[in-house]
Design a protein around this ligand. Structure first.
Ligand code: NAP
Length: 232
């Protein structure tokens, strides 16, 4: 059985992933809340990524997989975006993620080969208005991931998933009525927005040895959004 640490997993994409992983792995979920975890065979660690350092004494000596889920979608015109928003987006998406990885590096290198999965956004490959803050923070994640993958190959694989709009609590304000849902679906070449499963399945694959020859990659799981121009 592999030991997998999910930062986030109480809801959203991470929760969908936890549901699948717990069938065949020892899963540790580090998050602020745990109401949705009671029916799952996972160990919860109370943890706020922006303020806490992960307590490695609560973790096994070997970690085979790490997924960092916390993220933000603060969309506003650039001129109205405060520097504090850029800083808090960078803190949650990037600096807190760096801190977690550094804290569990001994456990990740203790595995024969471990896998780190990080999240970016469609808005890094494709320039989108009002996305300056989140695109900058996720752009940092992508550059970091490739450099880390190079530095730790072949011991640690590092890959990134860059989703487009996905139906989770994080995206609720963009999908909270039928009109928004229909418009969002139609904006995508594959004519729907994403489900948590669309993304968690890719994360699951990247944690698995089936992907043992894949590292330093950005996976655009985005309904074709970042690459396809189709006739409407
Ligand atoms: N949904 C989308 O449309 C979309 C699009 C592009 C990229 N993404 C990226 O995909 C990733 C997952 O997104 P999601 O939609 O599943 O997000 P979500 O619905 O907000 O879920 C985030 C998970 O992370 C945990 N979390 C948040 N802040 C935390 C903190 N400070 N400390 C510890 N845990 C924290 C949450 O648990 P607690 O609240 O219990 O701590 C929750 O389990 C994010 O990085 C996001 O930026 C999502």
């Amino acid at each position: 059985m592999k030991n997998i640490l999910l930062i986030g997993g109480s809801y959203g994409i991470g929760h969908e992933l936890a549901k699948e992983l717990q069938k065949e792995n020892n899963v540790f979920v580090a998050s602020r809340t745990n109401e949705n975890l009671s029916n799952l065979n996972v160990t919860h660690i109370s943890f706020d990524a922006t303020t806490d350092t992960i307590d490695s004494s609560k973790l096994p000596a070997v970690i085979d997989g790490l997924v960092y889920c916390p993220g933000s979608i603060n969309l506003r015109p650039f001129r109205g975006l405060k520097l504090e928003t850029f800083e808090s987006d960078m803190q949650l998406n990037f600096f807190s993620m760096v801190k977690v990885i550094q804290s569990v590096l001994p456990q990740l290198t203790a595995a024969e080969q471990s896998s780190i999965v990080l999240f970016s956004s469609v808005a890094v490959r494709m320039g989108m208005p009002f996305h300056t803050s989140v695109a900058a923070a996720k752009g940092a994640v992508e550059g970091f991931a490739k450099a880390l993958a190079a530095e730790y190959a072949p011991k640690i694989r590092v890959n990134v998933i860059a989703p487009s709009l996905t139906d989770t609590p994080l995206a609720d304000k963009f999908l909270n009525n039928e009109e928004k849902r229909e418009k969002s679906a139609q904006r995508h070449p594959l004519k729907r927005f994403g489900t948590a499963q669309d993304i968690s399945q890719m994360a699951n694959f990247l944690l698995n040895e089936k992907s043992s020859w894949i590292s330093g990659q950005i996976f655009h799981v985005d309904g074709g959004m970042s690459t396809l121009l189709v006739n409407s």
